[in-house]
Design a protein around this ligand. Structure first.
Ligand code: CP
Length: 322
């Protein structure tokens, strides 16, 4: 499938950030390098840089979120933008206003950027195709399709611990079928040159033809994580399951839950990741989630710098074009 053509401008710069699929490797590395520079802002007494001063960012979250919404808000504030969080539950959406009309209304307030999370795959692209030329859209997670900034913060975290992507073995474990994070991570890892990417889970939670993405498929957790450098655990997305695809959370933990004993199958210095929210005792044991190999909270922290990088690059392309 071709990359979403509207997300790059005629000079190959980011205009929107909707998907990682088919983006050039150099662009992903540029995001990671920018993010690296932004991490120091969080260590300062005054956690601000003036890059987006005078710009207006609207967070449009049609689905619940803790990490993504707050780190986008913090990222925008650290870039000195004005940020507005539309409370969907208290908005005119609940009175039947269409997405297009909500957008036009917010655009009339001189919004420069929409950060969009939506339950429907493709909603951020739908919005990106409607906004005025100077307005950008960032996908903060759409349906099962993509969560590109999550994947970028994940590869940023991996690079901090394991800089040589070309030597890595990475296992993504759990509910791949319903996971937009897994899809975006697989694309990012592939583009960055990771040679051994594995998906691990029961048949009911692995999409058919997942092999076509160039990943190894495992149904046994011990086999799937043997020798890997990175273990990415995923949450069971019960809210997206149309029918019961699993016997029970307890049984799932017995077969696919990551425990300290199981983690010993991975490389001795393997890191454990999870995009969150985590379900302790379902996909991951607390001793692993809180253990010395876990980098789960580092992922959250890195989300701010990575989102600062993406936002400044996206709006920077307008500044350069102006
Ligand atoms: N990882 C992630 O998207 O978490 P939230 O749903 O809390 O934003």
């Amino acid at each position: 499938m071709a990359a979403t053509p509207i997300q790059l401008d005629e000079h190959g710069r980011l205009r929107h950030f909707l998907t990682i699929e088919n983006l050039p490797r150099e662009l992903l590395v540029e995001i990671l390098d920018h993010a690296e520079r932004f991490t120091v802002v969080g260590d300062r007494a005054v956690k601000k840089v003036p890059l987006l001063r005078g710009r207006t960012v609207v967070n449009l979250f049609f689905e619940p979120s803790t990490r993504t919404r707050t780190t986008f808000e913090l990222a925008a504030k650290r870039l000195s933008a004005d940020v507005m969080n539309l409370n969907i539950e208290a908005s005119a959406t609940r009175k039947g206003e269409s997405l297009s009309d909500t957008l036009r209304t917010l655009e009339a307030m001189d919004t420069d950027m929409f950060v969009v999370r939506h339950q429907d795959s493709g909603a951020p692209e739908f919005i990106a195709r409607q906004v005025a030329p100077g307005v950008s859209v960032i996908n903060a997670g759409d349906g099962r399709h993509a969560h590109p900034t999550q994947a970028m913060l994940d590869v940023f975290t991996i690079r901090r611990h394991k800089p040589a992507f070309e030597d890595l073995r990475v296992a993504i474990v759990g509910d791949i079928t319903h996971s937009r994070v897994a899809r975006s991570e697989i694309h990012a890892l592939k583009i960055l040159g990771v040679p051994d990417i594995r998906v691990v889970g029961p048949k009911t939670l692995l999409p058919t033809a997942i092999e076509s993405l160039g990943v190894g498929v495992f149904h046994d957790l011990d086999e799937g994580i043997a020798g890997v450098d990175v273990v990415i655990m995923l949450r069971l997305q019960q809210e997206r399951m149309q029918s019961a695809l699993l016997p029970s959370g307890h049984e799932y933990f017995h077969t696919y839950g990551l425990t300290p004993a199981r983690l010993k199958r991975a490389a001795r210095d393997a890191i454990v990741m999870h995009p969150g929210p985590i379900n302790r005792g379902v996909e991951i044991d607390s001793a692993v989630a809180d253990g010395h190999q876990s980098v789960i909270l580092q992922q959250v922290t890195h989300g701010i710098a990575v989102r600062m990088a993406v936002m400044s690059m996206v709006l920077g392309s307008h500044a350069q074009a102006a």
